[in-house]
Design a binder for this molecule. Sequence first.
Ligand code: SF4
Ligand code: SF4
Length: 308
Amino acid sequence: MLDIADEQRGLIFNIQKFSIQDGPGIRTTLFMKGCPLTCPWCSNPEGISDEPEIMVSERKCIGCKKCAEACNADAIYFENDMRIINWKLCTNCLECAKVCPSHAIQVMGEYKTVNEAFKIAAQDRDFYSTSGGGVTVSGGEALLQWEFVRDFFKKCKDAGFHTALDTTAYCPWENMEQVLKHTDLILFDVKHMDPAMHEEKTGVSNELILENLDKASNTTKIWLRIPLIPGFNDSESNMQKTAELASRTKAEKISLLPYHEWGKDKYSSLGKQYGHNGVEGILEPDSDVVNKCKLILESHGLEVELGK
Ligand code: SF4
Ligand code: SF4
């Protein structure tokens, strides 16, 4: 029996129920905070920082000014009754979110113990058994909090739930190996096969990632996920190399995820800039490009689906 004092806590920014995009069947997906990569196309910027942070909404603000009164850093002021945040002054104390009556300022990121997260996941156990679903841990990069994920998955496996890990695998193998003991499926994010290109856009080389993928494929079922970014990874040679990787690691399935701008508005709500590292100006791939990439992968006998 785990002593509560030793129980791992995870910093989670979203728990999505009834997810059908994150593995087989109906799933509960935990989105963990913190990521060591800097992909400029990230559609979950609230998962990048490894600390709780505020996220603001113009639409929900009723102009009561309680947030400005609570802010000791003078980071909130009003112009023409419009709330403005000077992000450079913000110390991330989170006080404004505590007093906002309309959830126009919310805290992204809440610590939950393994037991607390498990109780939420277990509410939908009937859906898992009837749909062949289970739980998925995603991010951010889930393996930054590998001890929490390891213990959460162990508890889920003990309860008979299918477990899926959505990861970039940029982490020490020893940590990943511990998590994989309790993992049924890895949703493995592959951005680019060339180490220099990978580093240019994501801030890290892909060498450790690919090493971990090769090792993981010896023990755990793999699905690959490829964000399809025009001008970055949609060339024929990169697709051919990705297909070879999928064959070598016996990937059961590949999800092609065409680039989109759905997360764009979230950046300003977090005081972050969208379009760093040259992504501004990239258009969503047209269907010809998507189909060309799909055909290349399928020509290697791989099962390919288009995802979101
Ligand atoms: S989180 Fe930032 S804006 Fe909000 S009260 Fe603290 S310092 Fe002020
Ligand atoms: S406390 Fe909330 S509702 Fe009131 S002014 Fe600030 S952001 Fe708007």
